[in-house]
Design a binder for this molecule. Structure first.
Ligand SMILES: Cc1cc2nc3c(=O)[nH]c(=O)nc-3n(C[C@H](O)[C@H](O)[C@H](O)COP(=O)(O)OP(=O)(O)OC[C@H]3O[C@@H](n4cnc5c(N)ncnc54)[C@H](O)[C@@H]3O)c2cc1C
Length: 340
């Protein structure tokens, strides 16, 4: 059996898929499993058991004899998080405990370090052990990975190492399974979204098929000679005192602002159901619309919670239908209260 930590994350879920492709399905997947958008990464993957990260170390103590290797990819990876206590607990101390168990039970351990440990690259990018303590990461996340690398190397002197071990530093990783990372997603995905997913196309992209469809749709616009696409621009200001005479455009790649002479502007806002506060609390479909529990009603997956309007409607999205389901929700709620 192989244990994969961080299995619902981007790299972890790709690792599970690769192991499945190679014929390994005797896997335990370890994560915290609370976010539906991350859980989608495990759809279609085969594994034996799902274990919460808080229970994994105790689980390993009991089942170590069955575990052939631990692939430790779980970590807090937010490079903008400044709370070092979070990294100490989730990255450094957790990894140390896991290491000690693997060393004691003779289980090979392979873990994700990070390319963030190289900092500005002052020491180059070679991984000889003498250079590693000299690296200067630029953020607390990178520092937590660096601290563990240094600590792991020190364990060699105490002869307290797993029978085989290695830390991997990933560079420029991108691909399926990273959408849940938001602003921490790869530059490739963010650039793709900026170019191919302007709000007026109004689609969510979560699979390669959707990517391909979006690209085709986009090509229809770019091939039209009457349309010029201005990539990587934000509208900073609408110019003109008596109607629109132009737009002041900001270059998001850092170039100078520029003015575009136009006499009109249309703003498309797209359709994103504003359901984020209820993620993990109410059942939703993959686009984030709250699911109706009972057909023809406003019941949700949670007893006593009712839903109405655009947040549950991806078909009509009109004021009159929103108002109608609003009345239904009020009646459902009133009857539900009377029944209690
Ligand atoms: C540009 C545009 C044009 C439209 N034109 C038409 C039209 O011509 N005819 C038509 O019938 N329909 C039209 N619609 C659609 C119509 O506006 C919507 O279907 C309708 O407003 C949906 O009502 P709602 O109550 O579900 O959502 P909303 O009207 O969006 O109301 C949701 C409310 O919840 C609030 N809210 C969000 N998050 C939270 C939170 N966490 N806590 C508390 N409150 C929160 C929001 O601030 C908002 O006030 C248009 C929509 C747009 C955007």
């Amino acid at each position: 059996m192989i244990a994969v930590t961080g299995a619902a994350g981007f790299i972890g879920s790709c690792m599970v898929r690769s192991l499945n492709d190679a014929g390994y399905t005797d896997l335990v997947v370890v994560d915290e499993f609370s976010r539906p958008d991350k859980m989608r990464n495990l759809d279609g993957k085969s594994f034996r058991e799902q274990i919460h990260r808080d229970n994994f170390l105790r689980w390993l103590e009991r089942h170590h004899a069955d575990v052939e290797a631990v692939l430790h990819l779980g970590a807090r990876t937010d490079t903008t998080e400044m709370d070092t206590a979070i990294f100490d607990r989730l990255n450094l101390e957790y990894s140390k405990s896991l290491w000690m168990l693997c060393a004691g039970f003779r289980i090979p351990l392979f873990y994700a370090s990070s390319a963030a440990t190289y900092g500005l690259g002052e020491q180059g990018y070679a991984d000889d052990h003498a250079t590693i303590p000299l690296l200067k990461p630029l953020n607390p996340y990178g520092q937590s990975k660096q601290d563990f690398d240094v600590w792991a190397l020190e364990q060699q002197h105490n002869a307290q190492t797993p029978p085989a071990w290695a830390g991997f530093k990933f560079f420029n990783v991108y691909g399926p399974g990273e959408r849940h990372k938001g602003r921490m997603a790869s530059v490739v995905l963010q650039a793709f979204d900026q170019i191919v997913r302007p709000s007026f196309i109004g689609i969510r992209l979560s699979t390669m098929k959707e990517y391909e469809r979006a690209v085709k749709k986009w090509e229809r616009y770019t091939e039209n000679p009457k349309i010029t696409v201005h990539y990587n621009r934000n509208v900073k200001e609408v110019l003109g005192s008596d109607g629109v005479s132009g737009l002041l455009l900001e270059d998001t790649t850092g170039g100078p602002d520029e003015t575009l002479a136009v006499t009109g502007m249309f703003l498309a806002i797209g359709h994103e159901p504003n359901s984020k506060p209820f993620v993990g609390k109410l059942d939703m479909d993959e686009a984030g619309y709250i699911k109706i529990g009972r057909p023809g009603s406003t019941y949700t997956s949670v007893h006593g919670v009712f839903v109405c309007g655009d947040v549950a409607d991806k078909v009509y999205r009109q004021a009159v239908t929103a108002a109608g389901t609003g009345c239904m929700a009020a009646i459902d709620a009133e009857r539900w209260l009377a029944e209690q």
